[in-house]
Design a binder for this molecule. Sequence first.
Ligand code: GLU
Length: 431
Amino acid sequence: MDKKIIVRMAPSPTGNLHIGTARTTLFNYLFAKKYGGKFILRIEDTDKERSTAEFEKNILDGLEWLGLKYDEFFKQSERTEIYRKYLKKMIDDGFAYISQETPTEEGQRNEVVRFKNPNKKIVFDDLIRGQVEFDTTELKDFVIAKSLEEPLYHLAVVIDDFEMGITHIIRGEDHISNTPRQILIQEAIGATRPIYAHLPLILDNDRKKLSKRNHGEAVWIDFYKKQGYLPEALLNFYALLGWNPGTEQEIFSLVELEKTFDIEKVQKSGAIFDEKKLRWINKEHLRLYEENSKKEIEKRIKNKFANTDINSKIVNLIFERIEVYSDVDKLIEVGELDYYFNEPELDSEKIAWKDSNSIEAKKHLTKILDVLDDNEAIMSYAELVGKGNVLWPLRYALSGKDKSPDPFTLLEILGKEKSTERVNKAIGLLK
Ligand code: GLU
């Protein structure tokens, strides 16, 4: 390809940054990077009733957080003059006309601008879907503007793509049925036809289209940001929504994706959004940034337990057990880490192993008190007098729970001093 590649992402600020939008942005970004092209972000806010500044901010903040940078930025609401000029010319040239209407619903106009449909067959080559054909007759003379100052989506998108020199239009498959209208307008204004690539829809595990109605906030990037997913992991996951490198590699940094991504390898069929896979990818990225991940874990624990010393052992244990930072909060909530952060409340009746009694338990705990830092010594004593007789009271003394990690893990996490304190306390409760 000798012409400089120029692509664009054109979100409408009528909702928060959606997974589908983020995925399409990523594919445009990667395509531009791979070929040393330009990536434009264009806010399509011609629909004044539904567009808001908050949604626009949410989209821009989300893209920044993900790390998807653009080379140029435009807003359609600032380009009315340009659209007006084209509209005027289309009317003068007979490609469009002002149509008198009989409003049937509230808010409809008496007058709109309609495109004069030449009623022809449109054929275009899609990089992903191959040849696509449409008969435009059924589209009739469709509306392209409410007035000279109020262009509608199809018109504004075509003018902008032409004015900005867009060479490739990479967008969701839901736009495929818009393409014939847009090609008709291109032909009317004498624009060159860009190359199209329509990306497969994103589906859930039941093959239902991902939507706010069916999936709630889980379609928004913020939802994942709040749970503590890493932006790098989300990008990695989005890249695999419809694309795969054809190798075994599944974990990619953005820079690796820039090199490997190939639009022609994108599949036609729906891309399944698998949350388990996302969690797994996130875990792999946590490992890539192990130091940072552990710092974040520590920070989250400190938020919940302000005055606790946190040693690296507990952090390592938690690091192994989580896939997403919000899992730390969950572990804390369900009490999985209570033994560490709270002094256990012991029930003296529960200290002794079921076949044993408190005199025995007291004897065993006293015996191992001096060797709490020596697993082998504890184990050989336990083997001598019966494992349960020793390991149960020890585990219970340390955790105060019927279920907890094994006593050796607890000893390691709690450290000698805390462990000794707790075992002593248990001994004190026994007759
Ligand atoms: N503004 C359109 C949308 O948000 C996208 C236009 C396009 O990519 O052609 O759905």
